[in-house]
Design a protein around this ligand. Structure first.
Ligand SMILES: [Zn+2]
Length: 222
């Protein structure tokens, strides 16, 4: 990928979206009428995506940008995160969070949930296709592995905020992450431990300081 010409990143989320998020071709012309009614112009889904991700911590975007792969495509199909190679607009990419334009138009939690899987994968093993996600015992830093182990113990307590969060350990992470952003009070009542876990990890500066600083523009080759 191109190195960022700016010596200091001003808006990590915008930089990341610019580098890694794409809209499928003819997205709105192929979408149902009600979706076209929500989005007034072709770029509006990207603005909605940026808004949906606004709640996530700024350090996350710099972290993701420092590693190879990890994409978002807003498309007509279902929302899901797929590990491994994919084609986006004629380019070979890998590890793609596909977000349904209908889910984006509904304004619900699904876009955050799907991005949550990407985050889980990258915190665990920087997007290694066979590597362990944070929720499965991975973790690029010792402190992150410890956080992942604690996450497993919290999941085992069975206080997941809803059925979707109870489905699996990775859904526990992704759904709880979305709830932390969108329904924090509800999450704090239903599952206060995971609320505290997020506050002490992704939303704590110390969590990100655990990363070894990489020289600007450095990429892991895998
Ligand atoms: Zn899921």
């Amino acid at each position: 990928m191109n190195s960022n010409p700016k010596s200091k990143i001003q808006n990590p989320k915008s930089d990341w979206l610019h580098a890694r998020a794409r809209l499928a071709p003819n997205l709105l012309s192929a979408a149902p009428a009600w979706v076209r009614g929500v989005f007034e112009h072709a770029w509006a889904p990207m603005q909605a995506l940026a808004g949906a991700l606004d709640c996530l911590p700024a350090q996350l975007w710099s972290f993701l940008l420092s590693h190879d792969g990890g994409w978002i495509v807003v498309h007509p199909g279902p929302s899901r995160y797929v590990v491994g190679p994919a084609r986006i607009a004629g380019h070979d990419r890998r590890n793609v969070a596909s977000i349904s334009v209908e889910d984006l138009a509904r304004g619900g939690e699904m876009p955050l949930h799907v991005v949550g899987h990407l985050v889980d994968h990258y915190l665990g093993c920087a997007g290694d296709p066979g590597g362990a996600w944070l929720s499965h015992g991975g973790g690029l830093e010792p402190a992150w592995r410890a956080a992942g182990e604690r996450l497993g113990r919290l999941f085992a307590l069975g206080h997941a905020v809803d059925e979707a969060a109870a489905a699996s350990i990775e859904d526990y992470f992704a759904r709880s992450l979305a709830c932390y952003c969108r329904r924090p009070r509800e999450l704090n009542v239903a599952d206060p431990n995971i609320w505290k876990w997020f506050r002490a990890t992704l939303w704590d500066d110390g969590f990100w300081h655990a990363t070894v600083p990489r020289p600007p523009g450095a990429e892991r080759s895998m």
